[in-house]
Ligand binder design. Sequence first.
Ligand SMILES: [Zn+2]
Length: 84
Amino acid sequence: MSAKQMCQSCGMPLSKDPQGGGTNADGTKSEKYCSYCYQSGEFTFNGTVTEFQEHCRIKMKEGGHSGFMAWLFSRGLKRLERWK
Ligand SMILES: [Zn+2]
């Protein structure tokens, strides 16, 4: 797994995922999505990219990030594979 590999749903580097990635329906590790976004072959959050951006902004602010950082981060989401 390369260090640059990131979750194609939320953009988090998979190397920072404590579980090392989400799980596919057959129980294998996903190399595309993190464990927060993807469990047993299903996305944990279902909705539009706009809803997901809002969801991430709230989570980041809860985690102590500034509103600006949260906004900057959420802007990048649309470039990820899941939202194309
Ligand atoms: Zn993710």
